[in-house]
Write a new protein. Structure first.
Length: 553
């Protein structure tokens, strides 16, 4: 033979001056026919119970030696020069299609129509190769050391692009499907992103809606042999740089679509649990759980926060910020129970601080509920009150904890012409004044005067009586109208707010001179009561015995 095969495609290299009278057959069988299949020819390859090895065949002046099919039983005749490799066959295990590698480096258009669910590896005899799944179409090339995919394997299915992982018959776990952005090999250069976009709707003729992006976990098998859950959908931000503390982990952002039309609302983001099945049964609907990540387990790492925020106003002339609405599920049945909204704050671990639900307005704290059940009101976050206290309105301000009945500090009535109690809160509706063995240096009647900012010294209606003797007075509310020097008095007077700033007085006292007094009266103040004074009608007698205190509520 006066010709040799070429290195890659085994085309005939005719020696000069040879093949006289037969060179046309050599060109036809060994060159033209092989160029034809290398550019546009296809071969049917059956891969089932064993691997298949492809070989460069060569034509002669009498025959092409080109095979039209290939199997594991015809290794030496499996023509490798074809452009298109059509794979078929039911694989019973993972199989390999072995090509020539460096000795036959060319590109292949591979249509893997094989079945069985097992992987097909396209490789050279001593290389790792590249994996194709059943139904995958790919362009495979030799990169100098191994076969690789020049383009990803994609299976078109109508208007949808399906990326399907390898399934596995009988026992075993199906292969996962992973979409990964490219790894950067250049300093300070970010890794490649993975973007999934719905298609653009028609812009000519009738307007077409944009294509949706649906991410759905896999359906569980329908075999009745056991209760198997459907596949989960996990969306996770990337891990930060593990060698540098400044490498922050990647965020996960879910945003409604923007609008390019003036005055049109942006797209909503809806996260919904699935309905129970079937709708007529008592099946519970799917829950929605939003959980922040745990803190570091080695030291005292803080767990991640969960923030739910309505959109800010972007208007320059008083736009309204978005509202955050959290609603429990409604019921449509004749006796159905509506859903609950549960704020669950865990208790502290060991000696740690209990968690809290904090309510803020404009960034300022107004209320805090601890996991222990304690409530704090006000900006400090520490005003939890104490046992027995009640919550009292402060009008437009934060409510405050206060004792149901507040006792002032007792004052000894052993000197001075008057005893004053001030700083009584504006919310008070009742004041009780108690006299414990008081006495004065003279005989002037005792009286109580109230005030708003200052003591009111006129306008009182009322008096007191002992037996058939009644004494009225307009400068105060009198409660011992026949006092004698060194006479000791015990008893109490109650001031009750009937409406506005009008107060009604009532009470009883006992004098050790064997007299008792009952009293009643009224005073309309110019503002909220904030003080009371105990003095005498004459105003000059001095106290010389006993003690006085007040309660207010």
């Amino acid at each position: 033979m006066a010709y040799t095969p070429s290195t890659l495609l085994a085309l005939p290299l005719i020696t000069t001056g040879t093949e006289d009278g037969t060179w046309g057959n050599v060109v036809d069988n060994g060159l033209t026919s092989y160029l034809d299949i290398a550019v546009g020819g296809s071969i049917a390859i059956t891969i089932d119970a064993a691997n298949v090895t492809m070989t460069n065949t060569a034509g002669t002046n009498t025959v092409t030696n080109i095979a039209t099919t290939a199997t594991s039983a015809t290794t030496s005749a499996n023509t490798a020069q074809y452009a298109i490799l059509n794979i078929s066959g039911l694989k019973t295990a993972a199989r390999s299609l072995i090509l020539l590698g460096a000795n036959g480096r060319k590109q292949y258009f591979i249509n893997n129509a094989g079945t069985g669910g097992y992987a097909l590896t396209v490789k050279a005899a001593a290389s790792t190769g590249v994996t194709l799944v059943d139904g995958e179409k790919a362009i495979v090339i030799w990169n100098g050391t191994d076969y690789v995919k020049m383009a990803p394997g994609i299976t078109p299915a109508g208007a949808t692009t399906d990326l399907t992982a390898i399934s596995v018959p009988s026992a075993g776990t199906a292969s996962a499907l992973t979409l990964t952005g490219g790894t950067s090999t250049t300093a300070a250069t970010a890794g490649g992103a993975v973007t999934i976009l719905g298609g653009t709707g028609a812009s000519t003729g009738a307007a077409g809606a944009g294509g949706a992006v649906n991410i759905t976990g896999g359906t569980s098998g329908s075999n009745a042999s056991g209760a198997v859950s459907g596949g989960a959908v996990n969306i996770t931000g990337g891990v930060g740089n593990s060698l540098n503390s400044a490498g922050a982990p990647g965020s996960v952002v879910i945003s409604g679509g923007l609008t390019a039309i003036a005055g049109q609302s942006g797209g909503a983001v809806t996260i919904s649990g699935a309905s129970g099945y079937p709708a007529s049964s008592t099946a519970t609907g799917g829950a929605i759980t939003i959980t922040a990540g745990p803190g570091g387990s080695i030291t005292s790492g803080t767990g991640g926060a969960v923030s739910i925020s309505a959109g800010a106003s972007a208007g320059s002339t008083g736009g309204t910020a978005g509202t955050t609405t959290i609603s429990a599920g409604t019921t449509t049945g004749t006796a159905g129970n509506a859903g609950q909204i549960v704020f669950n704050v865990p208790a502290a671990s060991g000696s740690g601080t209990a968690g809290a639900t904090v309510f803020k307005m404009g960034g300022t704290e107004h209320a805090r509920l601890l996991a222990t059940g304690a409530w704090s009101f006000g900006a400090t976050g520490t005003a939890y009150g104490s046992t027995g206290q009640v919550l009292t309105s402060a009008g437009n301000g934060d409510p405050v904890w206060s004792t149901a009945i507040v006792s002032a500090t007792v004052q000894n009535s052993t000197s001075g012409t008057s005893i004053d109690f001030t700083s009584i809160p504006s919310w008070v509706k009742r004041v009780t004044i108690m006299f414990n063995g008081i006495s004065t240096s003279g005989t002037s009647s005792y009286q109580v005067q109230a005030g708003a900012g200052s003591v009111t010294v006129s306008g009182y209606n009322g008096g007191c009586a002992t037996g058939a003797t009644f004494t009225s007075n307009s400068t105060g509310l009198i409660f011992n109208s026949a006092a004698a020097a060194a006479e000791v008095t015990y008893g109490s007077m109650v001031l009750t707010n009937i409406t506005g700033n009008t107060w009604i007085a009532s009470g009883n006292v006992y004098a050790n001179a064997a007299r008792g007094y009952y009293l009643a009266g009224q005073i309309a103040l110019g503002g909220a009561l904030d003080r009371v004074r105990i003095t005498t009608v004459g105003g000059t007698d001095t106290f010389d015995l006993g003690a006085i205190n007040i309660f207010y509520e």
